[in-house]
Every structure is written in structure tokens, then in C-alpha cells.
Design a protein around this ligand. Structure first.
Ligand SMILES: Cc1cc2nc3c(=O)[nH]c(=O)nc-3n(C[C@H](O)[C@H](O)[C@H](O)COP(=O)(O)OP(=O)(O)OC[C@H]3O[C@@H](n4cnc5c(N)ncnc54)[C@H](O)[C@@H]3O)c2cc1C
Length: 435
């Protein structure tokens, strides 16, 4: 496939749009900076969205992405792998289109260190790479120390968290499929903030629907480190109708933090967890979703300013302290949920801001949305629309928020349509940045 050129942009958007406007603009001053080199750390949802939209905004800059893996597997949709409705292969994409069509130089490597004064990023194998603008989106890292006895090694072995889609997802599926009849799957759901707040409950729901057919006496025990969660009324409504939730013999049991739901210890040898109430619970499959913090690259390079999450300038998502460095995705300390939808929208804000700055223009004001779609089943969806409007103030980290959640209904057509919207969103979202 051929690469996008300035002429292509004019064909697609029209000469006046390309010459004058924000995201699509590139004024005369831009050509003074046409050699600007923009380097991206991380080729996940944030990094890949940025790469594509930066190219659409500006055909002339040089864009380099540093990403250790040759492929990326999407987390959205990965819970459905556990119930057999989705496959890892279908969720896995490569960087060919970003390279060939959007002229992004993808370097398969690990970024290690930022030399802020020298405007350089160091890598494990490719030495130092100079940048004019650096966009950092390494996602989160998992923090295992909240559960005594749990570790990254155990997660790679017999206790997969599967909170990053890949081999752990396949392993968890295999464990659930091999549970004895009447077995117990224990899911420990973390405190906020973590990526995709409804996903632990979506996971429980999809697995329960499958077990209803394959292992009808099996149970799912959700031990929660919170007292409530997003879409709780939707999930409970669905579980009451399909899994006798809240009654004797329910397939799903949910224990909130205030009733001792917080897991504090894992005895891996005997497959037993201990909770804050001192109770010891044995299970056949233990799925502890760890707490999270900003990715190691961000923390070690001081972007989190000593905390667990990365602060930012709300107008442009620039680092609070390092000029020419921009921070997006799950690792930022924004009043927004940690979702791919948000990461992708933040990426577009940064692409527009960098393009404006290179052209000598004042960046516009951001307006970010999160149209989150979740499912309790293939035919039961739910939606939440949140808007984050830039205020310029320091209150609420620079954004005012409005949220609207879909109402519960027993109309099966409405519930199915919402689920179809969720599935279509997953498909088009993957295509948006990778094809
Ligand atoms: C089960 C599950 C379901 C989900 N469902 C949804 C959903 O339905 N909708 C939704 O919007 N979101 C969903 N999410 C959340 C979504 O996956 C994340 O919010 C999104 O991936 C965040 O994007 P990111 O760019 O910050 O991080 P990531 O997508 O994780 O990308 C980070 C990238 O950085 C790379 N990297 C890390 N360190 C370095 C380094 N030092 N050098 C170079 N590269 C590095 C990594 O290899 C990775 O490719 C879900 C998440 C989970 C776990």
C-alpha cells in the first residue's frame, strides 16, 4: 500500500482544510518545521492512534515509534476469548499499515531512558534516538505487592491475571475449561484506578454464561476491593435473570470490600486466598487482577513526579515539567477512565496540539469523550457516555465531566442492539489505527 503524502491529504480533505485548519492544517510556518522528528514510546492503543492521526495532520514530519513487540493484541474483546466467542488471533494486529501507508518508522526495541536536555531517547539495541517532540504511552505496569505471595512470575505461570491480552488469556481459558464439575473460579477485582473498570464483571458474566452450559454447578466468586462498580445495576439485573444472583445456589457471588472482599494473601501451593476478614478461601482457578500504576518507563524517567500516575497539562497533555514531552493513555493521572477509547482520544488531542505548535499556532481546547460499551452476554449490552470538557482550571485536573449511562430494560431487542454496538465498536476501533 502506498504512503500518505501531502497531496493525498489535500485530495481527501480539500486544499483549504489542509492549508488552514487545526488537526488537518499545515500552514507556511509548518514547513519551517517540516523536518521535525516526533518519537513515540509504545505502540499500543495510545501510541498507534497518535501515529496515525499525527500523520493525517501532517504529511511532512518524521514519525518514529519504539515498540518491543512485532504485534499488538487488543484487550477490548479479550474477555470473550474465555467463553469461546473471540480468538487471540482475531484481536492481534501488526504494524505493517502504519509503516507502509502512514509512513511511520517502527523500531522494534525497548525505550529505556530520556535525556531531556539533549532531546534523546535511549533504547536497548538501537542506541540514542533524537526527538523534537516525544509522545509517551507505555500503558500501565502491574503492582503485585498488595497481595502477599502473588508475583509477576506466578502470573506468568499458574495464576494468570490475563489483564494484558496474550498468552495469559489463553492459559486462563484453559484453566477454566479444565475446572472440575462444580468447581470454583475466584476473581479478585482491584481498587480503582485500573484499565477498563467494567471488565472484571464482564469477565465473570461471559464465563458464567459458558459454565451454565458446560459446567452448570460451577461457581464464580468475585472478591472485590471496592464497594461498588460501574454498570453494577446492569450486571446484577442480568445475573438475577440468568444466574439466580442473590439467591441460594447463585452461579455468581459478589463480596464487596466492606464485607471482606479484599484479598491480602495468596497461598499458591494450596490455591487458597486470605481476605481482610481473615477468611481463607480455596478455589480451583484463582484470577487475581493486580493493582496498577504508570508503566515503568514513565516512573523511572521521573514523569510521575514521585507518584504512581503521570500529571499533565490539560490543554495539550504535555508533561508538567519536561518541555516537548507529551503523556497519554492509561498512565496519565486524568479524571477519565483508563480505557482505549480515552487513550485514543487523548492521542488525537496531542496530534492536533503538536501540529499547531509546529505551525506556530496556539493549540485549540480539547474535548474528550468516552463512549464505553460493555456486555454481560453476546445479546446484552450496556453503554456509558462521558464527556470531558477542558476548563483551564486546576479543579478536577482541568476538565469538567458529564456522564450518562444506558437505562436497564427488559426489551431484548434493545439489549441485543447495545451488544451489537459493542462488538462493532471493537472491530472498527481495531481498524481505525491498524488498517
Ligand atoms: C480485559 C480488558 C478489556 C478491555 N476492554 C476495553 C474496552 O472494551 N474498551 C476500551 O476502550 N478499553 C478497554 N480496555 C482498556 C484498554 O486496553 C487500555 O485502556 C488501552 O490499551 C490503553 O492504551 P495505552 O496506549 O495506554 O496502553 P497499551 O495499549 O497497553 O500500550 C502500551 C504499549 O507500550 C509498549 N511499551 C511499554 N513499555 C515500553 C518501553 N519501555 N519502550 C517501548 N514500548 C513500551 C507496550 O509493549 C505496549 O504495546 C480493556 C482492558 C482490559 C484489560
Amino acid at each position: 500500500m502506498s504512503q500518505i503524502t501531502r497531496r493525498d491529504l489535500i485530495k481527501i480533505f480539500g486544499a483549504s482544510a489542509v492549508a488552514t485548519s487545526g488537526l488537518l492544517g499545515a500552514s507556511k510556518e509548518a514547513y519551517a518545521k517540516s523536518s521535525a522528528h516526533i518519537v513515540i514510546v509504545g505502540g499500543g492503543i495510545g501510541g498507534a492512534s497518535f501515529a496515525k492521526y499525527m500523520r493525517l495532520a501532517n504529511a511532512d514530519v518524521k514519525i518514529t515509534m519504539i515498540e518491543p513487540h512485532p504485534q499488538y493484541t487488543f484487550c477490548p474483546g479479550s474477555n470473550e476469548i474465555l467463553s469461546g466467542h473471540e480468538t487471540l488471533e482475531n484481536l492481534t494486529v501488526n504494524y505493517n499499515t502504519l509503516k507502509s501507508r502512514f509512513n511511520v518508522d517502527v523500531i522494534q526495541d525497548v525505550a529505556t531512558e530520556i535525556n531531556y536536555e539533549g532531546h534523546q531517547v535511549n533504547t536497548l539495541h538501537n542506541g540514542k534516538i533524537s526527538y523534537d517532540k516525544l509522545v509517551v504511552s507505555p500503558g500501565p505496569d502491574f503492582d503485585f505487592h498488595f497481595v502477599d505471595g502473588y508475583s509477576a512470575e506466578l502470573a506468568e505461570g499458574d495464576f494468570p491475571h490475563a489483564w494484558k491480552a496474550g498468552p495469559q488469556t489463553a492459559k486462563l481459558k484453559q484453566q477454566i475449561d479444565s475446572m472440575p464439575q462444580g468447581g470454583v473460579l475466584l476473581i479478585s477485582s482491584p481498587r480503582m484506578p485500573y484499565r477498563c473498570p467494567p471488565a472484571p464483571y464482564e469477565r465473570a458474566s461471559f464465563v458464567a454464561n459458558m459454565l451454565k452450559e458446560t459446567n452448570p454447578t460451577a461457581k464464580i466468586l468475585i472478591l472485590d476491593s471496592k464497594d461498588n462498580y460501574v454498570f453494577q445495576n446492569h450486571f446484577e439485573h442480568y445475573w438475577k435473570q440468568n444466574h439466580q444472583f442473590g439467591q441460594e445456589g447463585s452461579r455468581i457471588e459478589w463480596i464487596p470490600a466492606k464485607k471482606g472482599g479484599v484479598v491480602t494473601k495468596l497461598d499458591a501451593t494450596n490455591k487458597i486466598v486470605t481476605t481482610t476478614s481473615g477468611e481463607q478461601i480455596k478455589a480451583d482457578v484463582i484470577n487475581i487482577i493486580p493493582e496498577e500504576k504508570a508503566g515503568r518507563f514513565a516512573i523511572e524517567n521521573g514523569l510521575a513526579l514521585g507518584s504512581n500516575w503521570v500529571p499533565y497539562e490539560p490543554k495539550t497533555f504535555a508533561s508538567k515539567v519536561h518541555p516537548d514531552v507529551y503523556v497519554i493513555g492509561d498512565m496519565v493521572d486524568a479524571p477519565m477512565p483508563k480505557t482505549g477509547y480515552v487513550a485514543s482520544n487523548q492521542a488525537k488531542v496531542v496530534a492536533a496540539a503538536i501540529n499547531d505548535l509546529l505551525a506556530g499556532r496556539e493549540p485549540g481546547t480539547p474535548f474528550i469523550t468516552n463512549n464505553c460499551v460493555a456486555m454481560a452476554a453476546e445479546d446484552y449490552g450496556m453503554t456509558i457516555t462521558a464527556t470531558f470538557r477542558y476548563t483551564g482550571g486546576i479543579k478536577d485536573k482541568g476538565f469538567s465531566t458529564q456522564v450518562r449511562t444506558s437505562a436497564i430494560t427488559d426489551n431484548p431487542y434493545t439489549n441485543r442492539i447495545r451488544a451489537e454496538v459493542a462488538k462493532n465498536w471493537q472491530r472498527t476501533f481495531r481498524k481505525d489505527m491498524f488498517s
